[in-house]
Design a protein around this ligand. Structure first.
Ligand code: ARG
Length: 458
């Protein structure tokens, strides 16, 4: 038999093509540190339970320290013949410390080992994401605060709807990412359960102590069913779903940044370091970073679907299909982490052009609702008020004017209830200030929302 860890019962070696097809070491070696941590905790437990000797454990710890160094220095002899990160490390350990290395896998299987490694890896990734989300939010809040009073048209159907403040608009994205952070924190609870001890699928005949291993590795609890523990990848799917939602939010924001930066709108400019030029058109400055965020949202969505599809037909318990869980998961975490890192910085590079925002408010009759509300307060039923203002808007449109451009007499033609107090209502500032309930766009409410967000972020 060849020197494969499992080749004792085989009469011929696998072909090179099969070897490459079934190997995962090229992508799962990034879980090496988690694998070592998990193995040490497992071996420590085995020694405590007198399943291996204290000397074996000491040898394993010493060998693992050496391996850790080799990996960090890029000197570790990764080998395709050893299939995956787990067998590569175990083989090297045995070469370094002899029999203790061969005893390490007692009471364990790669099935519970890999599930443990992924969870350890993902837990770290989630913590990184939560930290970066926080930084993004902090930067978003300062921009929102600077523009708590800056008016621009709010849109529905991409048609001018009502005035809002830019700060209020940005705070909508704060709320979205606040839910995203809640989701990641919630996913983390289910990631942080220990599969180790489930062995291949049924548990092990050795007197193991799973609670001890859980404590050693910082898991909140152990997975309660061994069959489920080795085959569950819900936690990875949940993570990808939370990632898709986050990316969808950042993609929407990106779409707005791109539109706002178009000279036809011109609400903002983006710092040069987030844009690129054209190789043919010398005048160009393109918002490549937000465009790529929008684009990369596609691959994150794709990974979510890949994992859902990977799992849907698998009978219990572990199947080799599961090896395909890693690349979509890693790619998702990498994409989210890079995106948040760049986005947090990009928010500080948004230069706002308040004049352009205000100019846009002079088109589209953004305060028409305010005029209708005014008439209601004077006693007109809302539907009649709506009709009167619609006629006023039609007349204004025909004469190329805005509502505040009408004289009082002209306005009174649409309703005799209109008095000279109407002009305060028709201004952008009046419209904003009137929406002063919690959740509204009044500058005082925007400042309140920012203050609550800050205290939440600590
Ligand atoms: N490389 C495998 C994976 O990623 C490890 C578990 C393999 N177990 C097995 N019995 N083939 O899932």
């Amino acid at each position: 038999s060849s020197d494969k860890a499992w080749s004792g019962r085989f009469s011929e070696p696998v072909s090179d093509l099969v070897k490459r097809y079934t190997a995962s070491v090229f992508f799962d070696q990034r879980m090496a540190m988690q694998d070592i941590r998990g193995s040490i905790a497992h071996a420590k437990m085995l020694a405590r339970q007198s399943i291996i000797s204290e000397q074996d454990f000491a040898d394993i710890e010493r060998g693992m320290a050496q391996i850790r160094g080799e990996i960090e220095r890029g000197e570790f002899p990764w080998n395709l013949d050893d299939e995956d990160v787990h067998l590569n490390i175990e083989k090297r350990l045995t070469a370094l410390v002899g029999d203790a290395g061969k005893r390490m896998h007692t009471g364990r299987s790669r099935n519970d080992q890999v599930a443990t490694d992924i969870r350890l890896w993902l837990r770290d990734a989630i913590d990184d994401i939560l930290g970066l989300l926080r930084q993004f939010q902090i930067n978003l809040l300062s921009l929102a605060e600077t523009h708590a009073d800056t008016p621009l048209p709010g849109f529905t159907h991409l048609q001018v709807a009502q005035p809002v403040t830019f700060g209020h608009h940005l705070m909508a994205y704060y709320e979205m990412t606040r839910r995203d952070a809640e989701r990641f924190a919630d996913v983390r609870k289910r990631v942080n359960r220990l599969p180790l001890g489930s062995a291949a699928l049924a548990g092990t005949s050795f007197p193991i102590d799973r609670e001890f291993v859980a404590r050693e590795l910082g898991f909140d609890e152990i997975c309660a069913n061994s069959l489920d523990a080795v085959s569950d990848r819900d936690f990875a799917i949940e993570f990808c779903a939370a990632s898709s939602l986050l990316m969808m939010h950042l993609s929407r924001m990106s779409e707005e940044l791109i539109m706002w930066m178009s000279p036809r709108i011109g609400f903002i400019d983006l710092a040069d370091r987030f844009c690129t030029g054209s190789s043919i058109m010398p005048q160009k400055k393109n918002p490549d970073v937000p465009e790529l965020v929008r684009g990369k949202t596609g691959r994150v969505n794709g990974s979510l679907i890949a994992l859902l599809t990977l799992m849907k037909g698998q009978p219990l318990a572990y199947n080799k299909d599961n090896q395909e869980d890693k690349e979509p998961l890693f790619d998702t975490a990498d994409t989210v982490i890079d995106t948040l890192r760049i986005y947090a910085d990009m928010v500080t590079g948004i230069r706002v052009k308040p004049e352009a925002m205000r100019a846009a408010l002079t088109q589209g009759f953004a305060t028409a609702t305010d005029l209708a509300d005014y008439l209601v307060k004077k006693g007109l039923p809302f539907r009649d008020a709506h009709e009167a203002v619609a006629l006023a808007v039609r007349a204004a449109e025909q004469s190329g004017r805005d509502l505040p451009d009408f004289s009082l007499d002209e306005l009174r033609a649409f309703s005799p209830l209109i008095g000279d107090d109407v002009f305060a209502v028709l201004t952008v500032e009046g419209s904003l200030a009137a929406r002063k309930h919690p959740g509204g766009t009044a500058p005082e409410q925007v400042r309140q929302a920012i203050a609550s967000a800050r205290s939440r972020l600590g």
